[in-house]
Design a protein around this ligand. Structure first.
Ligand code: PEP
Length: 300
C-alpha cells in the first residue's frame, strides 16, 4: 500500500492552454509540501555538499561516425565543466564512444538493460554484465519513453534498477508525471508511487549509486520546459521524499537531475535552483555546441 500524498493542490493553469515555449509558473500551495521539503529547499550548506551531473541521452539517434565525433566534442567540453558529465549512447556504439571518451572525465551510460538474466536465450536483450564489460558507468532505468512505448511497469523498472546496482553500475532512475496528472494535481502522488515502487529493496548503501532524474513527461521533447519555480517545487518534494523514506543524509546527498527540454538558453536558471543537481538532456545533447554550453552552465 503506497500512502497518498495529501494536500497537493491542482495546478492553477491547465498546461494545454499554455502555448509559450516556457510554461508560466504553475502554483501549488507551498504549505502543501511536507515540512521537510520547505525547510530543506534552499539550504545552501546541503547544496554545496552535493555533486552535480549533466547527462546526455542520445536515444535512438546518430550513426556511428556522428556518435564518435559527438563524443569527442563532449570530452573536450567537459574539461571546464563545473560538474560530472555523461553520455547515454545507443547500444551499438558503446565501445566506440568509450574509446572516444578515453582520458576525459565523461562517463558512459546505456539507455536500458535486461533485468532477468546475465546471459542466455533472450534474443535482442542486453544484460548488465555486457554493459559493465564495455565500461558503462551509468544505465538509465524508467525513462518515460521506455514506460510509454515499451511498457516498462514500475515493477520492471525496479527489477532493472536492482540489477544495475547489483552489477556495480550507477542507475539513473527516471520519474515524472504526465500532463493530465499534473493538471489534476496528482504530481506528488505519481512521484511517490514511482519512487516507492522503483526503489523497493534499495537500501541506504545502494542509494549512493542512484541518481534521480525528475522528468515531467509533458516537458520531454516538447520544447515546454518547466519554469525554475515549478521544477524547484517538485524537486523539493522529491528531496523531502528521501527525508521521509530514508534519512536527512540521503536526502542531502542524492543527485536529483531535471529533464525536459533543457537547452543552452534555460540551463543557467534551472541549475540555479537549490534542489536541482544537474540535467538529463535529450534533444540538446545531440549537438556538440548546445551540449557543451549546457555542461558549462553559468553558476548563478
Ligand atoms: C530525455 O529524453 O530524457 C529528455 C529530457 O529529452 P529532451 O531534453 O529532448 O526533452
Amino acid at each position: 500500500e503506497i500512502p497518498r500524498v495529501t494536500g497537493v493542490q491542482t495546478c492553477a493553469l491547465p498546461i494545454c492552454k499554455m502555448l509559450s515555449a516556457v510554461i508560466a509558473p504553475l502554483s501549488w500551495n507551498a504549505a502543501a509540501l511536507p515540512a521537510s521539503a520547505s525547510a530543506r529547499a534552499g539550504s545552501r550548506a546541503a547544496v554545496d555538499m552535493r555533486e552535480m551531473l549533466i547527462a546526455g541521452n542520445w536515444k535512438m539517434n546518430t550513426l556511428l561516425p556522428e556518435a564518435v565525433s559527438l563524443a569527442k566534442e563532449v570530452a573536450e567540453a567537459a574539461k571546464n565543466s563545473p560538474c560530472d558529465v555523461a553520455v547515454c549512447a545507443p547500444l551499438p556504439y558503446l565501445t566506440a564512444v568509450k574509446d572516444a571518451l578515453k582520458g576525459s572525465k565523461v562517463g558512459l551510460g546505456a539507455q536500458d538493460c535486461y533485468a532477468d538474466a546475465d546471459a542466455g536465450a533472450f534474443t535482442g536483450a542486453t544484460s548488465t554484465a555486457m554493459l559493465e564489460s564495455v565500461g558503462c558507468d551509468y544505465v538509465l532505468s524508467g525513462h518515460s519513453e521506455r514506460r510509454a512505448i515499451f511498457g516498462d511497469s514500475d515493477e520492471m523498472v525496479n527489477a532493472k534498477t536492482l540489477k544495475i546496482l547489483k552489477q556495480g553500475i550507477k542507475c539513473i532512475l527516471c520519474i515524472g508525471e504526465l500532463k493530465e496528472e499534473r493538471e489534476s494535481g496528482e504530481t506528488f502522488n505519481v512521484l511517490n508511487t514511482q519512487l516507492t515502487k522503483g526503489l523497493k529493496g534499495v537500501d541506504d548503501k545502494m542509494m549512493k549509486e542512484i541518481v534521480i532524474a525528475y522528468e515531467p513527461v509533458w516537458a520531454i521533447g516538447t520544447g515546454l520546459t518547466a519554469t525554475p519555480e515549478v521544477a524547484q517545487e517538485t524537486h523539493a518534494y522529491v528531496r523531502s521524499w528521501f527525508t521521509e523514506n530514508y534519512s536527512d543524509a540521503i536526502a542531502d546527498n542524492v543527485i536529483i537531475q531535471y529533464g525536459g527540454s533543457v537547452n543552452a538558453e534555460n540551463v543557467d536558471e534551472l541549475m540555479a535552483c537549490p534542489d536541482i543537481d544537474g540535467a538529463l538532456v535529450g534533444g540538446a545533447s545531440l549537438k556538440g555546441e548546445s551540449f557543451s554550453a549546457i555542461c558549462n552552465f553559468k553558476k548563478k
